[in-house]
Design a protein around this ligand. Sequence first.
Ligand code: GLA
Length: 749
Amino acid sequence: MQLRGLCNTLLLMTLASGAAFAQPARNQISYDAQTRVFRLDGGGITYAFGVNDLDEVQPLYWGAQLAKGDPLPAAHTNSGVASFDMPTSTTPQEFAGWGAGLYYEPALKITFPDGNRDLVLHYVSHHIDGDSLTLVLKDVERDVFVTLHYEIDPSTGILGRSAEIENRTRQPLTIMQAAAATWALPQGTDYSLYYLTGRWAGEDHVQHEAVHPGARVLESRRGSTGHQNNPWFAIERGSTGNEETGDVWFGALAWSGSWRITVEQDALNQVRVTGGYNPFDFSYRLAPGEKLVSPVFYGGFTQHGVGGASRLLHRFELTKILPQAPHPRPRPVLYNSWEATGFDVNEAGQEALAEKAASIGVERFVMDDGWFGQRKDDHAGLGDWYVNPQKFPHGLKPLIDKVHSLGMDFGLWVEPEMVNPDSDLYRKHPDWVLNFPGRPRTQGRNQLVLNLARQDVRDYVYGFLDKLLNENDIAFLKWDYNRNWSEPGWPAAGAEDEQQVYVKYTQNLYSILQELRAKHPGLEIESCSGGGGRVDLGILRYTDEVWPSDNTDPFDRLSIQDGFTYAYTPGVMMAWVTDSPNWVNNRTTSVEYRFLSSMQGSLGVGANLNKWQPEDFATAKQLIGEYKEIRETVQHGRLYRLISPQQDSEHSVTESVAQNGSQAVVFALLHSSQFGYPFPSIFLHGLDPGAQYRIHWISSQPDGAAARMMAAPLPETASGAYWMNHGIALSLRGDFQAAAFRLDKVGAP
Ligand code: GLA
């Protein structure tokens, strides 16, 4: 009785504080030896699979948590419905080898030296250890072992799945295709798929379409994650597109090399999602005794729509993925020189910008491209990572000292994986790039890709970065990567092994990042790839933030940022305020509009401060001050996408609620008024209905020059129920108008 009372009290406290995430419970993984059913529980979900009569491992359930003791009948082979549908294909499997009669996407496909390409994986053993489970499978005949790893996050219910393939035969074998996992959804046809598409300067468009019979392939063949698709998906039951309600299964692949996620609805209407290394141009020879480990494919479930799916992922990234998890430090307000000075950097110019940046409250000053080698433009210098003596005759120290004296820390741009043919490095080591001997070497932005899979290249890259960090007081690296692969050859590896480049390149990238962080513990890193070309849960294990797009137009950014947050937390989403008119669309917007667009992520400034007027500095200083009051909520809170700017919407409204429920922050932006229609009412989410919240305007006052005009007077203080149910009418009118306010819980610390 007493215990139950305590539990209820805890539950009420959790609800009252608005915390949406269950506390960890113990004993989350169980195995029923009688039925041979495994059950994983955590974060409000249950995931179950079983070993069937043929010893195949078969998915049984993935969804909202079942009651303890609920029946989960043993798995059994589906004998098929016709001679054209073999049992191998009609029985869903957790991790299917390509063999017997498998017609859907396999998780693993192997070619043996004797020509055999048949692989049938059966259960051998398992091991449960706290929140993780390993399962060993083996081919029915040969000593090929596959260890499946499952780990459940007790707070979000997100499962991490991966596979380790081991060759215990006496001959080498070749892996032609290797996934991390296959996720199976309940039988049905009423599903719709969300995914992200884009291109350079146009990332993260949200696509939403019905799942049809056949396969939808999301992928990158580019050697890295890519701007074009992102390794994330969400599948909704039905197709209402309702942000906050409905069953949604979602997943994200933690891999920054070529990848593929295949969403299939087979002939018997089974929907499954398989993801891992991209099998295109892939082969990986495993010598006897060797292993190949797949990336981790994370998957989750929510009953709170795609908005709920995003919030679970955000929480998971902040508490489990990021290098500073579970308590990443808030992103400092940053200044970056790129859009102001381009390649034309020097000591005096950067110092002048630093002084101006410090005056508005910037906390980190970052010098971008142009400081090294013979880098006058993008034709030369990449690979030669010495400080350019003409631009910085005394090295970087005077600039760094100056930045420190202004109370900021110092960050520097690097692009470690690239080389310009016009560089000392390339003249010395032309064989260090990806290439096929005797073939042309296609350049992108006048540069080639260093083959990081090579140990000597890996050591060179680590070595110069370590030296740079040893010699200079650098708090932050903006790690750029400005082209995709071409001619992905690795001649030195030998013909049989050179396609291992698809795995070893990225593994070495991760190992460099990891080693640098271990050696330089205070160091923070941003992943940039000409904008958002390398954003995924793999790189986020080693980097603290990402650059979502080179497109800094504050209106375009709204939809890029909106799409970005489907998969990734605003806590890693750098967003700069730059100049107007913006270089992308020649669009003119006010300083305030630009700030209110960027303040929805991790705020930065990238404008040419030498051109700013005193009133611009005043607005910037005021809004940076306001941002510091809300950044914990914006970066680490719960995001509600109240009105989406996708599909040419005129409106965009986001709300972030602090994890402890003490604050909510709302940004409302208007493209252009038409026909005198009012701005739609805003109904908040995630507040405590019974608590009182006081409004505080972040943007200019109603009688000020800028955007906000209220349709009807708003109360200064009202209950959470009022703000959520009565709603808020903002009279935003005109072109590119914006307003922002926060609600502070009265009496909250
Ligand atoms: C890429 C980045 C930009 C800038 C330039 C520098 O395009 O995305 O932000 O750093 O490189 O060359």
